[in-house]
Design a protein around this ligand. Structure first.
Ligand SMILES: NC(=O)N[C@@H](CC(=O)O)C(=O)O
Ligand SMILES: [Zn+2]
Ligand SMILES: [Zn+2]
Length: 347
């Protein structure tokens, strides 16, 4: 049995750091585990231009203090009014690493999102030309489509036409949850990849209703049936360079989760590596963990691999019931459960 695993320093390709007091409370968790992270732009108001992104990046670095070498990679929130020149300019200046497409009203803080992706011709052409990745929350917002089918229907209705129209556009399908998405990303003749969260590797939809309504197991896209979880697990441990780590850590204060209309989002930043490693361990794929956590994403984004390593050791630890206090009290993923692995050292 392997009891220690040393890998290249990993990156998290999908993170919500929020702002203000919550940013200060949650950012250190991500910076402790990861060298870099793709920072989601769904603040209120959203991060839609380079000046706003630069200011947000400064607030992130200020929240982490002087000693950190963590690198936030900023994204631009696309709206119906996004202008190609602003995006290409922001990317050329080194502010934007990617652009994020939220279909309007698909998820938390997506009210300003895009109403018709097909109408975004100028922006998508410019991104394709400049090699700027398009990160997609891949769910249709058609209320007549069952919530468990919205990802699969998005592939048919939106993604297939999109890759046909923009054959060179680099796409990351974020937080995939279905067998359909795993198969599509594996097989597509296109520069496309997908992030996978710990929760979609560990939970199926029964977890949301396990003995009562479980708000801390609720995120979007919502967890699917067991067959889908298993398909997503196979994709994660397959060794395919098209699948990589993106936690979608999405903190909401406890009262906003435990509510008559609880927010979508799971806060997994404090023990993200440990949660993923549990899955790779169970699947007998410890040798594939480094690729998933520290190589595939950087290569897809065309960024250098990190220097340095982290070590995880087989030492049990219990996930606390909550982190933070007051306006920053958040219940972490797997609260109260015991994890077999622990992040040990940073070198
Ligand atoms: N995943 C979620 O359930 N929530 C995210 C938004 C998102 O990534 O869709 C959030 O910002 O809270
Ligand atoms: Zn999303
Ligand atoms: Zn997200």
């Amino acid at each position: 049995m392997t009891d220690r695993l040393t890998i290249r320093r990993p990156d998290d390709w999908h993170v919500h750091l929020r702002d203000g007091a919550m940013l200060h409370a949650v950012a250190p968790h991500t910076a402790r585990q990861f060298a870099r992270a793709i920072i989601m732009p769904n603040l209120t108001p959203p991060v839609t231009d380079a000046a706003t992104a630069r200011a947000y990046r400064d607030r992130i670095m200020a929240a982490l203090g002087e000693d950190t070498d963590f690198q936030p990679l900023m994204t631009c929130y696309l709206t119906d009014h996004s202008a190609p020149d602003d995006i290409v300019g922001g990317h050329a200046e080194g502010v934007f690493t990617a652009c994020k497409l939220y279909p309007a009203h698909a998820t938390t803080n997506s009210a300003h999102g895009v109403t018709d992706i097909r109408a975004m011709t100028g922006v998508l052409e410019a991104m394709q030309r400049a090699g700027i990745p398009l990160l997609i929350h891949g769910e249709v917002t058609d209320r007549s489509i069952d919530i468990f089918d919205r990802e699969a229907v998005f592939i048919e209705r939106v993604l297939i036409p999109l890759i046909r129209d923009y054959p060179g556009l680099r796409i990351v399908m974020e937080h995939i949850t279905t067998a359909e998405a795993a198969a599509f990303v594996t097989e597509a003749d296109h520069p496309i990849a997908a992030t996978i969260t710990p929760q979609h590797l560990i939970l199926n939809r029964n977890a949301i209703f396990d003995g009562g309504l479980r708000p801390h197991a609720y995120c979007l896209p919502v967890a699917k049936r067991e067959a889908h979880r298993l398909a997503v697990r196979r994709a994660a441990v397959s060794g395919s360079p098209r699948f990589f780590l993106g936690t979608d850590t999405a903190p909401h204060v406890v009262g906003a989760k435990e509510s008559g209309c609880g927010c979508a989002g799971i806060f997994n930043a404090p023990f993200a590596l440990e949660a993923y490693l549990r899955v790779f361990d169970e699947e007998g794929a410890l040798d594939r963990f480094e690729g998933f956590a520290a190589e595939h994403g950087a290569r897809f984004y065309g960024l250098p691999l990190n220097e340095g390593t982290v070590t995880l050791e087989r030492v049990a630890q219990q996930v606390p019931a909550s982190t933070g206090e007051g306006a920053t009290e958040v219940v972490p993923f797997m609260a109260g459960e015991t994890l077999a692995w622990r992040l040990a050292t940073d070198t």
